[in-house]
Design a protein around this ligand. Sequence first.
Ligand SMILES: [Zn+2]
Ligand SMILES: [Zn+2]
Ligand SMILES: [Zn+2]
Length: 166
Amino acid sequence: MQIEDPGFESDHNHQHCIEQALNTARVLCNQRAQRLTAIRELVLKLVWQNHQPMGAYELLPALADAGFNSAPPTVYRALEFLQEQGFVHRIASLNAYVGCPHPESPHRSGFLICRSCQRAVELNTGNVHHALQESAADLGFEIEQEMVEVVGLCPDCQAGAADAQS
Ligand SMILES: [Zn+2]
Ligand SMILES: [Zn+2]
Ligand SMILES: [Zn+2]
C-alpha cells in the first residue's frame, strides 16, 4: 500500500492522489482500530484538495457547507487526530497542514515549499537529521524539535520566471 507521490509534477491526476489518500486512511484506521468519522474524513479530503498546505481556518467554510459544526476547536480536533495517525503533517512556518503520501509508518519529514505556487513536497530528511544530530552534539545541544522547511521555486515556477524574463 504505497501511495504514488507526484512530487512537483503539475499534470498528474490529482483525483487519484485524493482517492489513494482516503482509501489508505480508511484501511489504516481499520487496522489500528481508530474511527475515521465523517468529519475527520472530510477534513482529510479538504487538506488533500491540492498540494498547497491549508490553514485550519481555510477549512471552516467547507465544513459549514457540509453541515458540520465549523467551530475552530472541531476542526483542530480533527486535524490533531489526522496528525497523530500520520495522515497529515503540520508545516510550522506556514501554520498549515498538508497530506502525507505515505502514512503507513511514522517518519521524519521535511518540506520543499514553492514560494510562488505554494505547493509543498515532502522530503525524506534522514540524512539532514543525522547531520543536525552530529552538529548539535558537538555543541552539547539536545535537539527536541526539528523542522526542515525549505523555501524556493518549483520547476514550473522556475520555467514561468524564465518566460517572464525573455
Ligand atoms: Zn496530487
Ligand atoms: Zn509524511
Ligand atoms: Zn511553484
